[in-house]
Design a protein around this ligand. Structure first.
Ligand code: SF4
Length: 64
């Protein structure tokens, strides 16, 4: 499973990085990014939760 953040859509609320810091982090430009590798198995649920909770649906989860 992988996660992607659409930086044009992200409003920089920080929620994803709070919910799932293993996968999401905030960049200097104020928007979030996701790790560019496989999501660790123990972080999958939190990553999905972050995608669900993102207020602007900027997060895409790609299942294997
Ligand atoms: S939850 Fe959504 S809007 Fe908020 S920082 Fe993450 S990707 Fe951006």
């Amino acid at each position: 499973m992988r996660a992607f953040v659409d930086k044009d859509t992200c409003i920089g609320c920080g929620l994803c990085a709070d919910l799932c810091p293993e996968v999401f982090s905030m960049d200097d430009d104020g928007t979030a990014s996701a790790i560019d590798t496989e999501i660790p198995e123990d972080a999958e649920d939190a990553a999905k939760e972050a995608a669900d909770q993102c207020p602007v649906q900027a997060i895409t989860i790609e299942e294997d």
